[in-house]
Design a protein around this ligand. Structure first.
Ligand code: PXP
Length: 260
């Protein structure tokens, strides 16, 4: 890599779901996820992500209405592949729609979407969203067959699930973390070679973000739980600023290594 082939910038999407989790713990409307989204925007988020779950356990329909009305940065609307969610997405036409698997009993999105086995169904499901002008992203494990299937169904973006890598980092399982990272590196490069834009997310923290931010083909990270948790200790604006700093340092270092 030379000076002239610098890596493209890395965007940060801030997921505000868990501001709504805290709000919903008491009912009422405090803390307001829309206020957090505005603050995240001012703190340098390139986009806001919100997951409207079937059971509405955090983000509400009203939150999506509000985000669509007041955001200046793009909304990445996370949703399951259901008719109800498709109708909502088609009504709002957000910048991006990220299709995720969803189970009522799970605490969070546990795995990637099984695209390879549901190819026809998903191809039909995403076609109207694409026709409406939404960028369709599919949240998947870093597996070749899922990436190939996402490409075949006409997705423009894939988001690679970083949860396994982050768990290994958090638990000090260095070999497993290295293996997960190698898989994410190989699969982001493979997806890029097919013309897919590569995003990544789930479980990222200050301790795990740097190697992921240095992956050349990754263009966007979506981060929520850790940032909202960290906001308790240092405030949302500094929490986001520190994540941005780590991402930019990782990118600069990758560029410097490439140019050396
Ligand atoms: N990307 C996707 C597709 C997700 O479902 C989630 C969790 O809602 C995230 C990113 C963010 O994960 P976390 O909250 O662990 O940072």
């Amino acid at each position: 890599m030379s000076e002239t082939t610098k890596l493209p910038p890395l965007r940060l999407g801030v997921n505000i779901d868990h501001v709504a989790t805290v709000r919903n713990a008491r009912g009422g409307d405090y803390p307001d996820p829309l206020r957090a989204a505005k603050l995240a925007e001012e703190a340098g988020a390139d986009g806001i992500t919100a997951h409207l779950r079937e059971d509405r356990r955090h983000i509400s329909d009203g939150d999506i209405d509000g985000l669509m009305a007041m955001l200046s940065v793009p909304l990445n609307f996370e949703m399951a592949a259901t008719q109800e969610m498709q109708d909502i997405a088609l009504r709002h036409k957000p910048h991006a729609v990220c299709i995720v698997p969803e189970k009522r009993e799970e605490k969070t999105t546990e795995g990637g979407l099984e695209v390879a086995r549901e190819e026809n169904k998903l191809a039909h499901f995403i076609a109207p969203l694409r026709d409406a002008g939404c960028r369709v992203s599919i949240f998947i494990a870093a597996e070749r067959r899922q990436i190939e299937a996402a490409h075949r169904i006409g997705a423009e973006v894939i988001e690679l699930h970083t949860g396994g890598y982050c768990d290994a980092v958090a638990e000090g399982r260095d070999e497993a973390a290295a293996a997960e990272l190698a898989r994410l590196r190989d699969m982001s490069s493979f997806a890029d070679s097919l013309g897919l834009e590569v995003h990544a997310g789930h479980g990222l923290t200050y301790d795990s973000v740097t190697p992921i931010a240095a992956l050349p083909e990754v263009r966007e990270l979506n981060i929520g739980h850790f940032l909202i948790g960290e906001a308790i200790f240092r405030g949302l604006t500094p929490a986001i600023a520190e994540m941005r700093r780590l991402m930019e340092t990782a990118r600069d270092q990758a560029n410097a290594m490439g140019a050396a």
